[in-house]
Design a protein around this ligand. Sequence first.
Ligand code: ADP
Length: 284
Amino acid sequence: MRIELDDISLSFQPGTPFAVKALDRVSLMVRPGERLAIAGSTGSGKSTLLGVMAGILRPAAGRVLHDGQALSRKPRLQPGRIGLGLQSPENCLFEKTVFDDVAFAPRRMGLDGERLGQRVMWALECVGLDAAASATREPFSLSVGEQRRVALAGVIAAEPAVLLLDEPTAYLDPATRRDLLERLLAMNDERGTTMVVVGHDMDELAVFAERLVIMDDGRVAADGPADKLLKDEALLERYGLEAPGTVRLCRLLSGCAGREFAAVLDEEQAANLLQEIMGWGPGG
Ligand code: ADP
């Protein structure tokens, strides 16, 4: 599914002394199957942008188009088409069991019986939860990290064509973060799911994103291939972001070796570079 934002502006509490311009003339297109990351400092408009893309926040000016069709004025969620994972998804858990929570959207889409069961189990496995063990548990008996995974499973269970995720790895431990990213990558690869992910961790975005949009003060400050923008330390710094560890390492190595090394995003490439500089042979 293609999402187009055409000259979007949106203010909160407009016409009051507390008015905040959250988006200012934003235009961008998300192509089907794309993996887009959105970064930027706090308050730069990232979450608002996701809400507008999903169609739950209506801009004061501009148009939002889903597959070329302008959205009507009335906000509504479209479970089979767009899945929106919010920043505190655990607040969205409301059923008595994990199974029923994850089953909510597919049930509304008409799934029942064995097919519903399979869908729920698949979604729980996608987020790395032990499906059999967790399905009958009460959502509130789980840890916050597990609750976040259940909420994300609920979004995934509708098999949306587009996943819009606001900091999906926040509050997860490092191993779980990487695992979740791998699973999202697999969904993109195997099902062609379009992914738009808001994130702060540039190392994670380096693994995940093929395109990066940097927001600043409600505007698109940069938009381009992630592997190019993530190597541009000066650009990232300008918008309050820190380059991935491998990029910083390459800069430090260039300084030590008195020779310019091109920045890399891949950890293995960084290790090879280090090996070359240190003169370590194989197994050395
Ligand atoms: P980000 O996700 O980049 O942190 P947001 O999109 O949440 O940024 O917010 C953009 C701006 O809009 C910020 O200045 C924020 O304070 C403001 N804002 C967001 N939501 C609301 C709201 N419900 N009411 C008033 N202001 C809001």
